[in-house]
Design a protein around this ligand. Sequence first.
Ligand code: PLP
Length: 378
Amino acid sequence: MANFDEAITRRETGSLKWDRRPDLDPLWVADMDFTSPPAVIEALRKRVDHGVFGYGVPHASLIETLLDYLQRRIGIQVSEEAIVHLGGLVPALSLGARAFGSAGDAAMTCTPVYPPFLGIHRDASMELQTVDHCLINGSWSFDWDAMEKMVTPKTKIFILSNPANPLGRAFSSAEITQLAEFCERHDLILLSDEIHCDLIFDEEKTPHFSALNLPDELRKRTITLLAPSKTYNIAGLGYAFAVIPDEKVRKRFNAVKGHTLAEINCLAYYAAEAAYKDGEPWRQELLAYLRKNRDLLTTTLRNALPGIAIPEIEATYLAWIDCRPLEIENPTKKAEDAGLYLSDGAFFGHRNCLRINFGTQTDRLESALETLIAAVRS
Ligand SMILES: Cc1ncc(COP(=O)(O)O)c(C=O)c1O
């Protein structure tokens, strides 16, 4: 049994989360304060013990594992050629922009959203079109009318986060199909970032609907981006992969790589394989722990701050707190003054909101929530 309650010292380990602001208690960037599954650590140890770290390639059993993962988790069969291996998911977003857009074109996304979505258009000298997500029956969804008004013939790509960082939505098959039809109607490539898809709390109620599950005629304009990094807490190793079923789309995507990408870390391949092959029991334990943290967070904040809506968090270990109804300026700064390092909503496209990472020990989360409530009330 994994012991997620065990606090692990991360200060002075070269951790972005813990070492950037040593004066603050960090619940910001999306990595978790847990060790990775023993199977992942063992696979890394075995590879390190070999002692030679020359250039790597995706080895045969990794590819087998990825194809098996796609079949088991997403229910699709793809050929090995459809997979593009990458050293991270953000570079893939940039490749998508550069492959399908150029100066004067536009990229569209819905906010609030993971900050690089609001920046990668610059890599292709494109413009950015953002439409706010809207609350429908207490759940974050798409504002279809606003998207129709915003889209122009210059729009070339739509960038989707599903499950959504920071909103915690696992979008339904109806929503993803409607979005894909929007892309088809306006001739857009759908870049579907599904990095959080193995962090859904109730798969019966809100199953993951991947862009890869779309019918063929819609799927052919999709690029689906996946990684084991968030679920198994190996983001620092750097590995992700794209699944691009259409050959022409894939060729264009690969063609813009040029000399812009580093070789993929030879250890990361082995960590990815072990995570997908042997990490499932650990993932189930993790989800049980995160579910408890999510419930603690939503119940505590709903009781303490009844002015703000906290919709159900269906996925991810990230909570979006929209403080705008409280009419306080810069809640993240208030939290910071009280000693907490949270993510400022402004970077996600919405000021006066904040994001809390609850992928940490429950007692730590509990005390951070107390601090946050006191700070917001003061
Ligand atoms: C939606 C989303 N995409 C991509 C990433 C980062 O991916 P990578 O570290 O592989 O570039 C994150 C990290 O938080 C994320 O939340």
